[in-house]
Ligand binder design. Structure first.
Ligand code: NAG
Ligand code: ZN
Length: 638
């Protein structure tokens, strides 16, 4: 599921440029291009921006697909050029926006606002700006260099691949717990002071733009004043489903590890879910699969048997979009994309989609492997490319998603249709199988709570001495997860998470998961489909394709509710379609769980240690006591 956590090209560049603008310390005069009207300014901006972005994108592509000192330096140089240019225009846009005597049209105001939207680089005090940059890069360095030396093997492991692999595959409670604790000791714990400084400096910077704090600035990208309440409503809609999934998985894990190591509060210890952050649970599918004799739906073997190449995987995805009436990939796409890990040079393998800001030049960079998961990732990435292609004719400032979540949702919507057994059968990749992807459900509370925590921190509601307490308060209450070992005053677990350290918002992933089911349902309705939602395949349906096009073509030229309305007929986010999609799963889980679901709001005082199990002498006893306690149940949320 890493695909959901990719930084897309544009976000990455924007961040870099905001930062490098600081370092070169420009002395730009206000009103640098005197005499221009807003219309002339925007026209010139359009003309001059594209080639500059293209140059930087090309340099970035060279660097990411061929990591050498020379290419890194070239990318840095190109970015500085662009930063200079951007900062100059940002200032000019602000001058226009602040001039009340100008009669700006809706469109001019919107474009100027986007050009002036420079986030934390609005800070005019250079010392403070440089310090902010230093603080972030120091945190990133701590994170990327962190190593955990494991006992008794003595091996020292980094997060990737060592610790991640251990969390994925080990079924030894103590081993998992050590890795979990070790990672937090070596990463987050060392950043508490830096983080505090980061919060203060970034708040100060965006306050210059008129925002209350950094969280407020992030939320402003969603154009709606009620965003925070809106996502809370979505979360409430999803909670029953998550509760039941959680409790089903908890029961399966108790069978594996013994109930003694589970706290009586009903939480699942965080180290047992196959992932360092308990954010996705696919790595423990073997422990929780309810159908022991049934094959999990997976077309990997069949693709291999049929001799699929990576190119064929991309053609399969291309064909799906084409069947909806969307365009084929361009010739340049096939010539310039990197679809496999190349020999003889170092590359960044994280999959990503690139809009090179030049006619027909769109690319994907991915070290594709022939397996089921990557087939879905290919669809995800190609969804980005179709968005790029559809809004190519918009002005530069509008060539982005309607909001940050829209871009992530498009390819996933297609993947939902591709994943249906009937579709996989129709393209000859599946013979039997009927299963829903539960992963998305497992992710939801985590996707929600990271920015719950940050909004509260940026707002000052959570002071530094409460950072870690509040983090665990949210983890326990919303996710039903408890710490592997007792946490102390020095711990700082939020910063054991990449996006927190790297200064990237997270809520778009949560929102994207909700949106993609809304889009999916809209496409199914457009296609005239009437059966159970999770079986809907809108392959070949031009009416569904038209819906997509009408949304994608807008880019960010209008507030996102407008784009959503074109696709779904609705103007607000709604978790209803997601809930509908998972209805059969919920029915199944409800029957399995009976009264045994839910957890207490508060974290356990003392998480049971891994050796709690061996203290019991007779293992037949714990089976009995477990069965009995299972029936008592915990019903905290209803
Ligand atoms: C990789 O970059 C270096 C420059 O640092 C260049 O000499 C080399 O040709 C590049 N390799 C490929 C395959 O593009
Ligand atoms: Zn993506």
């Amino acid at each position: 599921m890493d695909k959901f956590f990719v930084y897309e090209m544009q976000t990455l560049l924007r961040a870099f440029i905001a930062v490098s603008a600081i370092l070169i310390g420009l002395g730009v005069k206000d009103g640098g291009s005197e005499g221009e009207t807003p219309a002339q300014f925007l026209e010139r901006y359009e003309r001059e921006t594209l080639p500059r972005w293209n140059m930087v994108a090309e340099a970035a592509w060279q660097q990411k697909t061929n990591i050498t000192d020379e290419n890194t330096a070239a990318f840095g140089k190109a970015s500085l050029e662009l930063a200079k240019f951007s900062q100059k225009n940002e200032k000019q846009a602000l001058v226009f926006l602040k001039n009340n005597s100008l009669q700006l049209t809706f469109d001019q105001r919107r474009q100027l606002t986007k050009i002036a939207d420079i986030g934390t680089s609005a800070q005019t005090n250079k010392t403070k700006l440089k310090r902010l940059q230093t603080v972030i890069s120091e945190m990133e360095q701590i994170y990327s260099k962190a190593e955990v030396c494991m006992n008794p093997s003595g091996d020292c492991l980094k997060l990737e691949p060592g610790l991640a692999e251990l969390m994925r595959s080990s079924r030894d409670c103590q081993n998992l717990s050590d890795a979990w604790r070790g990672w937090r000791d070596q990463s987050g714990k060392k950043m508490k002071d830096l983080y505090q400084e980061y919060v203060q400096l970034s708040n100060e910077a965006v306050q210059i733009l008129g925002h209350n704090d950094l969280g407020d600035y992030w939320k402003s990208l969603y154009d709606t004043s009620t965003f925070e309440e809106d996502v809370a409503v979505l979360f409430d809609q999803l909670l029953p489903l998550y509760q039941h999934l959680h409790s089903y998985v908890r029961r399966k894990l108790k069978e594996q590890y013994g109930p003694e190591i589970f706290p009586s509060t009903g939480h699942i210890p965080a180290h047992l879910l196959g992932n360092m952050w308990s954010q996705q649970w696919n790595n423990i599918a073997d422990l929780v699969n309810p159908f022991k004799n049934k094959q999990l739906m997976d077309v990997t073997e069949e693709m291999k048997r049929q001799g699929y190449t990576t190119k064929k995987m991309f053609q399969t995805a291309e064909d799906f979009f084409y069947s909806l009436g969307l365009d084929n990939m361009t010739q340049i796409f096939w010539e310039k994309s990197m679809l496999e890990r190349p020999e003889g040079r170092e590359v960044v393998c994280h999959p990503s989609a690139w809009d090179m800001k030049k006619q027909d030049d769109f690319r994907i960079k991915m070290c594709t492997t022939i397996n089921h998961e990557d087939l879905m990732t290919v669809h995800h990435e190609m969804g980005h490319i179709h968005y790029f292609m559809q809004y190519e004719n918009q002005s530069f400032t509008y060539r982005s998603g309607a909001n940050p979540a829209f871009h992530e949702a498009v390819g996933d919507t297609i993947a939902l249709s591709v994943q249906t057994p009937s579709h996989l059968k129709s393209i000859g990749l599946l013979k039997v199988g009927d299963e829903q992807d539960k992963e998305k459900m497992a992710f939801m509370p985590f996707g929600y709570l990271i920015d719950q925590w940050r909004w509260s921190v940026f707002r000052g509601d959570t002071p530094p001495e409460q950072y870690n307490n509040e983090w665990w308060h949210l983890r326990c209450r919303l996710q039903g997860i408890s710490p592997a070992v007792k946490r102390g005053a020095d711990d700082f677990d939020p910063a054991a998470t990449n996006h927190v350290v790297a200064n990237f918002a997270y809520i778009q992933y949560f929102v994207s998961f909700v949106l993609q089911f809304q889009f999916y349902k809209a496409a199914c309705v457009a296609a005239g489909y009437t059966g159970p939602l999770y079986k809907c395949d809108f392959y070949n349906n031009k009416a569904a394709g038209e819906k997509f096009k009408s949304m994608l073509q807008l880019g960010s030229s209008l507030p996102w509710p407008e784009a959503m309305e074109r696709m779904t007929g609705q103007r607000h986010m709604d978790a209803g379609p997601l809930v509908e999609y998972f209805e059969p799963l919920l029915d199944f889980l409800r029957k399995e769980n009976g009264d045994d679901y839910g957890w207490e709001e508060k974290c356990p005082e003392n998480p049971p240690p891994c050796n709690a199990r061996t203290i019991k002498l007779d293992t037949s006893l714990w089976t009995v006591s477990f069965r009995a306690s299972g029936r008592l149940g915990l019903r905290i949320f209803d």
